[in-house]
Design a protein around this ligand. Structure first.
Ligand code: GLC
Length: 522
């Protein structure tokens, strides 16, 4: 029997932008609760909520100042309990975002750690002496640009931050820190959460000797400063796996199939290690290949095949089209192909994660310079690395501010919100929302789609076609990744879904057409 996180679909909520309930222009927990029925109607099984914990918001919640509470902007612990109960009452699971690699510099632990060299929490963070010339201990670069080391004049050492200087990295080699963070997992599991998405899991342990990272021969400045070196010694260290395995043991100690999902941007071979070799680690190491892929049939076929082959025995696959850090799919491939992409995401073998707004075809929103919020953009402006465009408010209807807030939204809505919104698409059978609902419904109805085997049929020209099979049930998915018609012999059977509507023509896929077929048993 497949578990919910295998047969089901996950939906990512970016809480600042989902639904505001109190008019401050920032989404909150009560807002999410008020919109749960949208997720039920959509047909997803779980929501993952990006960080809701007390935070100075230097990185919009990925700088946590207290791992066991809720930021007042989002509500209270009581509001969280209510949201959890309301979700569970609807059959929805709730996943939180665990940010173990770094805390906020405002966390009491860091305040203690930086107070003096002999503070008991000194070693909970990563402190090093300067290089002989007084500069940073090595050449490691922050993912947001610039040195990853910040000088602390009070104690005369540098501390390491893989992201902002307001996000000092925690030292997972310290047993007391490790135990304290494991207790955070227990705190939320005890409250009833169904699992976690684990932030930058592959960053958690650094090389014990802190050697320089090698230069990146492919570096060009427009890639962002972090790419000047390869993160050989600052990420993906062997010791991380025992930590992930310990997290897994904690999750497995609870009833009801709790799940751990790891955020890991690594090549497939290295990604697979996070399923666990010596012992089980995360259930789902996020597979981000579709986020980075060129939109080409042969290329996609090759990466799907590579991924399927690389999976360890018992390792369950998963697929992602977008998240709060990367350009939206509708902007990457265009509106019509975004429908084809939705069909791909929801028919591949493995758990899909849907980014909020993608179900109505939301595109990146251009942010006027004076409204930029993201520290990524503010630190390295103009390179197109900023993430505000993919974090704009969810348009619910055509009332003021799209029903998102009664106040001024923290980021602007896109130009098309009065027509591209949930209410408008809900009543339109040809809409993106209707397509998502249809495909999610099919996954529930047809075990071949939810848990069946995968076999590639064809990757020719712009056509990507594959089969999903469970027992006698055989489903064929044929996708045209281009705008021109492509020859394709559709099998005998019934059309279950189409990105273009109408009846598919025999022997040809129309431009931008994707079709899901229930093949007639032979
Ligand atoms: C992850 C998050 C991203 C955040 C970073 C630092 O990559 O997805 O939003 O900025 O970690 O926590």
């Amino acid at each position: 029997m497949a578990t919910w996180w295998q047969s089901g679909a996950i939906y990512q909520v970016y809480p600042r932008s989902f639904q505001d309930s109190d008019g401050d222009g920032i989404g909150d927990l009560k807002g999410i609760e008020a919109r749960l029925d949208h997720l039920v109607a959509l047909g997803v099984d779980a929501l993952w909520i990006s960080p809701i914990f007390p935070s100075p918001m230097a990185d919009f919640g990925y700088d946590v100042a207290d791992y066991c509470d809720v930021d007042p902007r989002f509500g209270t612990l009581g509001d969280f309990d209510e949201l959890l109960a309301a979700a569970h009452a609807r059959g929805l699971k709730v996943l939180l975002d665990f940010v173990p690699n770094h805390s906020s510099s405002a966390h009491p632990w860091f305040r203690e750690s930086r107070a003096s060299r002999d503070n008991p929490k000194r070693d909970w963070y990563i402190w090093r002496d300067p290089a002989p010339d007084g500069g940073p201990p090595n050449n490691w670069i922050s993912d947001f640009g610039g040195s990853a080391w910040e000088w602390d004049a009070v104690t005369g050492q540098y501390y390491y931050h893989a992201f902002l200087k307001e996000q000092p990295d925690l030292n997972w080699r310290n047993p007391a820190l490790r135990a304290a963070m494991m207790d955070v997992l227990r705190f939320w599991f005890d409250r009833g959460v169904d699992g976690f998405r684990i932030d930058v899991l592959w960053h958690m342990v650094k090389h014990a000797q802190f050697p320089d990272n090698p230069p990146n021969p492919a570096y060009r400045p427009e890639m962002g400063g972090m790419h000047a070196v390869l993160q050989l010694h600052s990420t993906d260290q062997p010791e991380v796996h025992a930590i992930a395995a310990e997290m897994r043991r904690i999750a497995d100690g609870y009833d009801g199939d709790r799940v751990l999902i790891g955020e890991i941007y690594l090549p497939v071979e290295r990604l697979m290690h996070y399923y666990g070799r010596e012992a089980p680690e995360v259930h789902l190491p996020f597979n981000f290949q579709l986020i980075e892929a060129t939109w080409d049939a042969r290329h996609l076929a090759a990466l799907i095949d590579e991924y399927e082959r690389a999976l360890p025995p018992g390792g369950w696959p998963n697929w992602v089209l977008g998240n709060h850090d990367r350009p939206r799919i509708a902007s990457r491939v265009g509106e019509r192909q975004a429908r084809v992409a939705a069909m791909l995401l929801l028919t591949l073998r493995g758990t899909p994660t849907i980014y909020y707004g993608d179900e109505i075809g939301l595109a990146d929103v251009a942010i006027p310079r004076d409204r930029v919020q993201d520290p990524r953009e503010l630190r390295e402006p103009g390179l197109g690395l900023g993430r505000d465009p993919v974090r704009t408010p969810m348009p619910w209807n055509d009332s003021e501010h799209a029903g998102f807030t009664s106040g001024e939204p923290w980021l602007p809505l896109g130009p098309d919100w009065s027509t591209r919104n949930v209410a408008a698409q809900g009543g339109d059978e040809a809409s993106m929302l209707a397509l998502y609902r249809r495909l999610l419904h099919l996954r529930r109805k047809h075990a071949a789609l939810a848990v069946g085997d995968f076999r590639l049929i064809e990757a020719e020209g712009d056509v990507l076609a594959f089969e999903r099979r469970n027992g006698d049930e055989r489903i064929v998915v044929a996708l045209n990744l281009g705008a021109e018609p492509q020859p394709f012999a559709l099998p005998e059977g019934d059309v279950l879904a189409s990105t273009r509507g109408g009846t598919p023509k025999s022997g040809v896929l129309r431009g931008d057409e994707g079709v899901v077929f229930l093949a007639r048993p032979a």
